[in-house]
Design a protein around this ligand. Structure first.
Ligand code: 9MR
Length: 331
């Protein structure tokens, strides 16, 4: 029997996986043995739970929360306010025109109150605002309907509404390209400005969609240092390690090469050594999936191309990456 990952990291941080209604069945044994936290991959997103103004659909999300409870696992909530996967009705009047700032904020408040209250006491941490910072140049915030209509304090408002709905939940700002030095400074500045205004924010989520090649360990370390200097908790929220460089379009592989598996194991070893080093700040490390039979990277950025980003292979057997993560725990 292979050692349980979450037991190996018990002293350091939770070990989580993103799940969906399919994988809680197909990956049940693996999930319950190695992970003590889950995140709903899509089922708590706006469009999933709130398809129309007067309609909430919680069945799928409820099943995932029940799965966690049945197996003594924690749940991270993902996500309340995002530019993506948000229903159009949210931003429009009946006649299709844009709603006013007041209407948008009041709809946002209803949404957050309803969703957060439903899982009060069951979800210990929420990704309140997801991916609001821009990837490009000096632009600070990503253009979005939230920003257009409500202005930049839609971010502060989201945290305030979430805190009012569940004062015990830990509230996170979550983003990708979090280790890029330029974007890192923008995320830092945003979070710092929220703290300076007294906004209830408790953590930064580092998505960590990484690869064999990118980002460099020094940039990751610098990002962890910078965010932790704010005195907040850090969660690694969506970890995966693509075997392809982002720009790589190759589609010729039916399985990862030996070389890829070795490099991946080395990358994972370094990551987990680093996470351990900063475990005073890092309290949760969640993978964006659990095993190579299912990953969103199978379609992104090259449609239909398989990827192998996790510690367990498609048959749920441990890879070298699993061994190196365990070794990092024991070192
Ligand atoms: O894994 C999710 C995929 O199934 C969805 O189609 C996609 C929709 O945008 O969202 C994916 O999850 C994203 C997460 O919610 C936020 N960070 C990036 C993740 C990967 O795209």
């Amino acid at each position: 029997m292979h050692a349980s990952l979450h037991e190996a990291y018990q002293q350091h941080f939770k070990i989580g996986a993103a799940v969906n209604p399919l994988t809680i069945a197909t990956q049940r044994e693996l999930l319950t043995r190695h992970f003590n936290s889950i995140t709903a991959e899509n089922e708590m997103k706006f469009v999933s739970v709130h398809p129309a103004e007067d309609q909430y659909t919680f069945a799928a999300a409820d099943r995932l929360v029940k799965f966690a409870q049945d197996h003594g696992m924690a749940v991270r909530g993902h996500t309340l306010v995002w530019h993506n996967q948000t229903s159009r009705w949210m931003f429009e009047n009946r006649d299709g025109s844009a709603v006013s700032r007041e209407t948008l904020l009041s709809r946002m408040k209803d949404h957050i109150e309803t969703v957060v209250s439903r899982y009060k006491g069951q979800i210990h941490a929420w990704d309140v605002v997801n991916e609001a910072v821009s990837d490009s140049g000096t632009e600070m915030l990503r253009p979005s309907k939230w920003l257009d209509i409500a202005g930049e304090d839609f971010i502060a408002k989201a945290f305030e509404y979430a805190h009012a709905a569940d004062p015990d939940a830990l509230l996170f700002y979550n983003d990708y390209n979090e280790s890029d030095p330029v974007k890192r400074e923008k995320i830092y500045a945003l979070v710092k400005s929220l703290l300076d205004k007294g906004v209830p924010i408790h953590g930064v989520g580092l998505q960590a969609h990484w690869s064999l090649y990118h980002p460099g360990l020094d940039d990751i370390r610098a990002a962890i240092e910078r965010y932790s200097s704010l005195g907040l908790k850090l969660h690694i929220t969506e970890l995966d390690v693509s075997v392809f460089q982002f720009e790589d379009q190759r589609t010729d592989l039916n399985a990862p090469t030996e070389e890829m598996l070795l490099q991946q194991a080395e990358r994972y070893r370094q990551f987990f050594q680093l996470f351990k080093e900063y475990s005073e700040h890092i309290t949760s490390v969640t993978f964006w999936g659990a095993a190579d039979d299912y990953t969103w990277l199978d379609d992104f950025p090259v449609r239909g191309r398989k990827n192998w980003p996790f510690l367990f292979d498609s048959a749920h057997q441990p890879k070298r990456s699993y061994e190196s993560v365990l070794e990092a725990a024991r070192s």
